[in-house]
Design a protein around this ligand. Sequence first.
Ligand code: 0PR
Length: 379
Amino acid sequence: MRAKGLSRAEVLARLKQAHEKDEKYADGKIFCSMCTTPHPAAKEAHELFCDANLGDPGLFSGSVQLEKEAVSSLAELLHGKSSFGFIVSGGTEANLLAMLAARNHAGVKEPEVILPESAHFSFNKICSLLKLKPVPAHLDEAFRGSPSHVKQLINKNTVAIVATAGSAELGAVDPIDRLSQIAVKHGVYLHVDAAFGGLVLPFLKELGYVAPEFDFQLEGVQSVTVDPHKMGMSTIPAGGILFRDSTYLECIKTQTPYLTEDSQYTFVGTRSGASVAAAWAVFESLGREGFQKTVHHCMELTTFLSSKLEALGFEVLLRPTLNIVAFRSANSKLLTDKLRVRGWFVSYVPRLDCVRIVLMPHSTRQHVEALLECLKELR
Ligand code: 0PR
């Protein structure tokens, strides 16, 4: 650290220099991200609450109230009549809390979790941390977890089945209705990772698209991850975890004897009130109507891109359910690298040997057309 501090102007100039090196969503070149430009209300809320710590809730009753309201907005959207939940640091922490609840609730000696291959890599970290044995389940031809294989894998050590509503690689939604039936029949905890899809699927349905069931309407679903910092257009970090009811809260509780409250339920201790305020501000500013408009925008781009890619001769892997397009060329890895050289950011998914493009709210028709022009040259 320097001996003497810089002036405010010097600090700001240095910050601007660094910021200039960051890619900007608004430039329209980022097609590999599940995050986006935050809604203006989220930015303002974040600044206003930047010193609020929900790890010590007795000091920040206004922030506590906002968290209750934000969680209750999410719960209502996901048909969780008596849901409990928290705004956490992201999908990884949300999934971690769900797995902790499932493991502690089951209380078996050698706990196992059934993870369809569509599950996000955060579960690998979580299994390692919580000493859970990951049991992989196959996918069907549409890249969705196979219910019949999941059923075969259940045994006395199974503490949870994980289902994904919007896989990170393809935006695929597992057949959660059937997984729910299986979970109920075998008395196994079913967690739905809707980190990405949770703020898309409910609006797709309202817009008249085909949208599979994935939430608490399905009897077996015990918890859902849904992230404000993805399609919720909130500031980073903001994840969300909802439990069906208070049954599981005891399983994730930690004593915090000398704080203003004597227990907490999240993994992260000092916890951002700013993230909560930002998520709340987006929900209140947009309402269902605003979210519908955003989702409509992203889906229009998705359909447009997908059909144009096919017309250009690329193999589109599946008809998109969400705002993600996956496609192959003769050499998808090389194509991704060449796009990168031209300034475009798309993802190469090695497991499926395909290119992944996420159509987020920051993308426009012009951005997609420019990308297609480039793809036409490189194909
Ligand atoms: N579950 C699903 C279905 C996800 O897609 C993700 C992240 C997670 C859990 C974990 O969430 P956190 O990263 O919030 O802990 N999915 C993105 C991905 O892996 C994360 C991301 C976002 C990556 C923006 C890059 C990026 O620029 O693709």
